[in-house]
Design a protein around this ligand. Structure first.
Ligand code: ADP
Length: 622
């Protein structure tokens, strides 16, 4: 041993630590038992790291000692110790890891809630993982004794009251891992009771994958839940396990238990959360899929390698025997085994969603409201599964009641007999889209039109192409199939009259429009704008404008369709016979055009529109 042995060195914590401690004690005072969950969780992490080190690098001291957690309590003296045979800490690690607030997310959350004057939800704090410092809720002074599992390291003792200072000294300790000991505060002596400790472990740490001994008796069962047979899984157990792997505080929407044998072997227990995580919690202990290799914990965020982006909300565990263990994590990530598992998980999850859609609509719609947006983006990245994804999409339509959705299959099932295409209309929301005059023909002929009102719809639409042999057609585009005969419509202008009025429109509007044509889709409105069949979707144009209101805008010239049966158009046809009406005709046509722009959301400057309207009103009231 070195000459430093027994010599204590004094250190100071950073100022923020004291504040964290105050906050933890303040917000968790009703749940002091959280300290035990935190210490067990740290011990379990340390054990996982040691087991991984042993398997990958083979160099680990004290090789024969069992990977386990030992808790010892002395009821009379109120002494509490928890010891693990994990990775341990070097002097630097003790100073860097124990003396800092690693999870600043927790601190930020508490601060934010306090600034807003909102109560800090203790349950939520509990789920974040408050860390080692929660031990100071139950003890005034804590001793850590630790020896790193890496060969050739020195053991240390760390002592602190958690307030400002701590000491470190070298000690003799030959067993690998960390031992934490303290005397319980008077008010917290219940934690020296064995039964109390057992109940806390049951509540919070039942899924720790290492044996836990309490006063030398083995307590927890370590059978991994995902290795059990499906029918053995109890709902409460699943719920607890979900909370454990996800840090969520609510129960999951559903689970999926897989046991695959064949080309690739793995077991998985996956969960879909009930709700999308709040943005606020994104950086706070957000964990993805946990990956185990032959029961050895590898990492707690393997989502990137095991799930496509659009399913990244899935939580749970994947355990496989097919990965070589003695390789680095980086190699694991690039193993073809991971790719195969990913592809199976994706298919199974999509099949599960489809099953909900068929048999439990309420569950499905709940899921879709939370994760539908993300799911849709799969159309842009997962071409292999795009048919399966399309099957899962739902939209509002001209025929759905408020809040209800329709799938493509349902749409097709109730399509008109001679209808060949799936019609849609983009817009900011259902209300605004419903006012679009392009809908008139479809309403009149009782043809359903889907509303694509989700901002991501615009970006995924180009990858919809077709569904079950039916093309998707925007009703704001020219060349829709409106061949239905329509005998009930009012008398229309004849061919010759139409030709002449179209010419007048074109002359007056000039470059402002790409073309002026007779409309087959308008019923009540005199005119509407549509885009060329290859043109940019009008919603996309509106969005580009909204994103950059100051900039110059690319504005594609549109096609103006006019209604040959509308009274106003018919009047114009009569008026144009007389030269003296040319000013009025000019005003009316410009007014019609700008009114169509206005409805389209694309009238940039309403000044002319208003002054023209005023002069037309003056004429009308003369
Ligand atoms: P968190 O666990 O959220 O990172 P903690 O305050 O609980 O925060 O712990 C901080 C760090 O201290 C851990 O990340 C780990 O590096 C180290 N540590 C804590 N307990 C142990 C232990 N029993 N064995 C080894 N290292 C530990």
């Amino acid at each position: 041993m070195t000459e430093n042995k027994g010599k204590k060195t004094n250190h100071r914590f950073k100022a923020e630590l004291n504040r964290l401690l105050e906050l933890i004690i303040h917000s968790l005072y009703k749940h002091p038992e959280i300290f035990l969950r935190e210490l067990i969780s740290n011990a379990s992490d340390a054990l996982n790291k040691a087991r991984f080190l042993e398997l990958t690098e083979k160099e680990i001291i004290d090789k024969d000692s069992e990977f386990c957690i030992k808790i010892n309590v002395d009821k009379d003296k109120k002494l509490f110790t928890i010891e693990d045979s994990g990775i341990g800490m070097t002097r630097d690690e003790l100073q860097n890891n124990i003396g800092t607030v690693a999870n600043s997310g927790t601190l930020n959350y508490i601060k934010e809630m306090q600034e807003k004057g909102e109560p800090v939800n203790a349950d939520m704090i509990g789920k974040f993982g408050v860390g080692f410092y929660s031990v100071f809720m139950v003890a005034d002074e804590v001793i850590i004794e630790t020896l790193s599992a890496k060969p050739g390291e020195q053991a240390y003792r760390w002592i602190s009251d958690g307030k400002e200072k701590y000491t470190i000294e070298e000690i003799d300790k030959t067993s690998r891992g960390t031992k934490i000991s303290f005397r319980l505060k008077e008010a917290q002596e219940e934690f020296a009771e064995e039964y109390r400790i057992k109940s806390i472990i049951k509540k919070y740490s039942n899924f720790v994958d290492f044996p836990i001994y309490i006063n030398d008796k083995k307590e927890n069962s370590v059978e991994a839940l995902w290795r059990k047979a499906d029918e053995e899984l109890k709902p409460e157990e699943l719920e607890e396990f979900y909370k454990f792997v996800s840090n969520d505080y609510e129960k999951p929407l559903d689970h999926l238990h897989l046991s695959m044998e064949g080309a690739v072997n793995f077991k998985a227990l996956l969960f879909t959360p009930e709700r999308a995580p709040l943005y606020l919690f994104r950086d706070i202990n957000e964990k993805g899929l946990h990956l185990y290799n032959s029961r050895v914990f590898i990492e707690d965020n393997a989502s990137e390698d095991l799930l496509p982006e659009y399913l990244r909300f899935i939580r749970g565990v994947v355990d496989t025997e097919d990965l070589p263990l003695n390789v680095s994590r980086e190699t694991t990530q690039h193993s073809p085994v991971m790719g195969k598992i990913k592809s199976i998980l994706t298919k199974k999850l999509l099949a599960q969603f489809e099953e909900w859609l068929k048999n439990d609509r309420e569950k499905y719609e709940k899921f879709y409201k939370n994760f539908g947006q993300l799911l849709k983006t799969g159309l842009n990245s997962d071409f292999q599964n795009s048919d399966k994804i399309k099957k899962l999409l739902c939209f509002e339509s001209t025929k759905t009641d408020d809040g209800k959705l329709v799938t493509f299959d349902e749409y097709i099932a109730r399509m008109k007999e001679d209808q060949k295409e799936i019609y849609f209309l983009t817009g900011e929301n259902k209300e605004i889209a419903a006012r679009n005059p392009n809908l008139e023909y479809f309403r009149k002929n009782d043809i359903e039109v889907l509303y694509f009102t989700d901002p991501v719809d615009i970006f995924v639409m180009p990858n919809l192409y077709e569904y079950e042999g039916k093309n998707f057609v925007s009703i704001e585009k020219a060349e829709i199939d409106t061949t239905k005969s329509d005998d009930s419509s009012p008398e229309k202008l004849d061919k010759k009259e139409m030709k002449s009025i179209l010419k007048t429109f074109k002359k007056i509007l000039g470059e402002k429009v790409k073309d002026v044509v007779e409309s087959k889709r308008l019923v009540d409105s005199p005119a509407t704008l549509v885009v060329d069949k290859d043109g940019l979707d009008p919603q996309m144009e509106r969005m580009m404008r909204a994103m950059n209101p100051e900039g110059t805008h690319f504005s594609q010239p549109k096609i103006l369709e006019i209604n040959p049966g509308h009274e106003l158009i018919k009047n114009l046809a009569v008026l144009q016979a007389d030269e003296k009406n040319s000013d009025t005709i000019n005003d009316v046509i410009n007014q019609l055009f700008e009114a169509a722009l206005l409805i389209d959301g694309n009238l940039e400057n309403p000044t002319d529109f208003i002054s023209r309207m005023t002069s037309l009103m003056i004429k009308a009231t003369k």
